[in-house]
Design a protein around this ligand. Structure first.
Ligand code: ADP
Ligand code: MG
Length: 237
């Protein structure tokens, strides 16, 4: 499915023949094995496939948490595979928002403080401005006001994921990368979280959800399917 025609920057993200292998003893794991795909802007995209097929590795590459062995990754017109140093840090902080299966909130910070943290890291100097924006993001993800000052241990799983989504939005990223965001939630709560993620996909923001939950895939505008590190399907919803 290699296709050089994807070499355009019009999409939210474009991958060109991206390869990431891991050495494990004498074995080589072909986690991402020559993936070329264009992810359109403003869509809810599901990345499907069985456990171990390379979904998390692909998300990590898109988020510059890891670097490809070869190939090119262009997000918002910028070549992410070539970033290093301050530019790489700024990309991760400002262009992408991560949402994880285990929520990954800071345990000693309240919900509001968790959401303010990426703004602080960006260097937003106005503390009251950070707090006001965090409050509005927590309202946007529909976390009840009486939960805003609680630490994660005093929030339900669904509430924690809402905080994590608000945190992902803190610096207004163009790409949200959600890795199995409903895997630790009951199905009703999971549906609410998917509905919330869906509402975030807009003209200038793309939401990519790695999942093996078919009910998420059914709600997506586009379903990309991987198997053994390769892209095996691309279906418009
Ligand atoms: N840091 C790593 N070191 C070695 N192998 C890895 C590493 N990360 C992932 N893998 C392997 O790469 C393959 C793809 O993993 P992953 O991207 O986590 O798949 P998925 O998210 O679809 O379950 C698996 O075989 C996994 O064991
Ligand atoms: Mg995974």
């Amino acid at each position: 499915m290699s296709n050089t025609a994807v070499a355009t920057s019009s999409g939210a993200a474009v991958l060109e023949d991206v390869v990431k292998h891991f050495k494990s003893g004498s074995d080589t794991v072909h986690a991402v094995d020559g993936v070329s795909v264009a992810i359109p802007r403003g869509k809810l995209v599901a990345l499907k496939g069985p456990s171990g097929c390379g979904k998390s590795t692909l998300l990590n590459l898109l988020g510059a948490l890891d670097r490809p062995d070869s190939g090119r990754i262009v997000v918002d017109g910028a070549d992410v595979s070539g970033l290093s140093g301050a530019a790489e840090v700024a990309y991760r902080r400002d262009k992408v928002g991560f949402v994880f299966q285990m929520f990954n909130l800071m345990p000693y910070l309240s919900a509001i403080e968790n959401v303010m943290l990426p703004m602080e890291l960006r260097g937003e100097p106005n503390a009251q401005g950070r707090r006001t924006l965090a409050e509005s993001l927590l309202s946007r993800v529909k976390l009840a006001p009486d939960r805003h000052r609680r630490r994660p241990t005093r929030l339900s799983g669904g509430e924690q994921q809402r905080v994590a989504i608000a945190r992902a939005l803190a610096n207004d990223p163009s790409l949200i990368l959600a890795d199995e965001p409903t895997a630790n939630l009951d199905s009703t709560t999971g549906e609410q979280i998917v509905g919330l993620l869906r509402s975030l996909a807009s003209d200038d923001r793309t939401v990519l959800i790695a999942t093996h939950d078919n009910s998420i895939a059914r709600q997506a505008d586009l379903v990309v399917t991987m198997r053994d590190g390769k892209l095996v399907g691309r279906d418009e919803g």
